[in-house]
Design a binder for this molecule. Structure first.
Ligand code: FES
Ligand SMILES: [Fe+2]
Length: 438
């Protein structure tokens, strides 16, 4: 019997008893990962890249998304494409570089060539191939079934019947707007970071919007900020002033809070020096002028950690990090992270932004190694799952009204969506009936 089918319930929500539990088998079993690949990664909108990464005509990057190898590029006219990076001849990856600029792509194995709009472009001697060979696009690079963009964030979907990206993003759009509107244009800075965590990918999805772990795990960072004069609180000294957690629909969620650290977009802290203060104040005034007092203030002062189901995180905190993570095995994921900044921003603020990006969220920074240890430690703990088989994600369930940002409602949003997709209850999902509901 299939191991998943033999388990009647993998995500259990009991509203009467305020209990929400997830089976540790969801983090450990190969059959669960295979079902996730078919039910989630084959049907959800997955982040591919940002417009600024292929700013010029004929620019390209290659990227692994949803278990595929892709080419993300602009053609000679500037139109954006996403191709499956495999040669229609015998399968070799046509583009092997991470990024570049090219007028055409040439497969190194036997030399088949393609225009940057994907069209087969080799000329072979007549007689070697039949007439049909060039018809119907069968010698062209295959396009990803769906490619759509919201505010310069490009997503792919391997399900041609998927709902439009704008509908899928639901309430997340307003929060993406708050990032995209921070300057006339935003851009990815540098090439980003890639690292491996020996833990299930869903542990990072949870962790990315988990304010509960902030103080126990990242104490060293907060002490350090305090010691160098990089903490400034307007109210509630010593506490994070929460706006709370918001369910954005479709498994997406965000936590938003007034944070004590500096934000290069428009929040000055003493460690930056008095000379930087007027510039940051001008940026803040500019936001207020463009978006009004309430929203401008919120954009400048508040930090946001957002999870877009299943595997995109946008952290608009002391810098902006765009992060995705892809499962390689039940206990292993590859994480990619990029810094997003205001195009043309002041060089000193750019330096601060990148420093903040590395200092807290970089793989050698204050947060990521600690988070990595926490996640890998959970995964090691799951070796005991035959005796202790369930995670508890119930914090804040009895609370009426707005959930706090250190409650666990944002993870429950993720898991409800996971359960629905794994059961095949979503439009366009494979019908699997894999997991039971409480
Ligand atoms: S595999 Fe690409 S040309 Fe043969
Ligand atoms: Fe963390």
């Amino acid at each position: 019997m299939d191991t998943i089918l033999s388990t009647p319930q993998m995500v259990v929500e009991d509203r009467e008893r305020n209990l929400f539990r997830v089976s540790r088998r969801a983090f450990t079993e190969e059959s669960v990962l295979e079902a996730e690949r078919r039910n989630i990664f084959d049907h959800c909108w997955l982040y591919l890249g940002h417009s600024s990464e292929i700013a010029g005509n004929c620019d390209y990057i290659t990227r692994a998304v949803g278990g595929r190898e892709l080419i993300f590029n602009r053609d000679r006219a500037g139109a954006v494409h996403a191709f499956l990076n495999t040669c229609p001849h015998r399968g070799a990856m046509v583009v092997r570089e991470k990024k570049g600029n090219a007028l055409s792509f040439r497969c190194f194995y036997h030399g088949w060539s393609f225009n940057v709009n994907g069209r087969f472009a080799s000329r072979f001697d007549e007689g070697n191939y039949g007439k049909e060979h060039y018809s119907g696009g069968c010698a062209d690079l295959a396009q990803v079934p769906r490619l759509e963009c919201y505010r310069d964030f490009w997503f792919v979907n391997f399900d041609k019947n998927a709902v439009a990206l704008a509908d899928y993003l639901a309430g997340a759009k307003d929060y993406i707007d708050m990032v995209a509107d921070q300057a006339e244009a935003m851009e990815i800075v540098g090439s980003g970071q890639q690292y491996v965590i020996n833990a299930n990918w869903k542990l990072l999805a949870e962790n990315s919007v988990d304010a509960f772990h902030g103080f126990p795990v990242h104490n060293t960072y907060f002490d350090y900020l305090k010691n160098i004069g990089s903490l400034r609180m307007e109210t509630n000294a010593g506490h994070f002033n929460a706006r709370g957690m918001t369910d954005l629909g479709n498994g997406h969620a965000v936590i938003e809070y007034q944070s004590p650290w500096g934000r290069p977009i428009a929040r000055w802290v003493p460690s930056w020096g008095e000379e930087k203060r007027p510039l940051v104040e001008r940026l803040r005034q500019n936001l207020v002028q463009r978006f009004g007092e309430e929203r401008g203030h919120r954009m400048a002062e508040y930090s946001r950690n957002m999870l877009i189901f299943p595997n995109l995180v946008i952290n608009d905190i002391m810098a902006i990090t765009v992060r995705t993570f892809t499962p390689d095995a039940p206990n292993k994921m590859t994480v990619s992270a990029w810094a997003l900044g205001a195009a043309g921003e002041d060089a000193e603020l750019r330096k601060l932004r990148l420093f903040n990006f590395l200092e807290f969220l970089g793989p050698g920074g204050f947060a990521t190694p600690d988070d990595q240890e926490a996640l890998e430690n959970c995964q090691r703990g799951y070796k005991n799952m035959r005796e202790v088989g369930w995670n508890d994600i119930s914090k804040g369930m009895p609370r009426q009204g707005q959930p706090m940002n250190d409650d666990e409602e944002q993870m429950r949003c993720f898991w409800r969506q996971w359960r629905q997709r794994m059961e095949g209850r979503m439009e366009g999902s494979r019908v699997g009936g894999l997991v039971g509901v409480a």
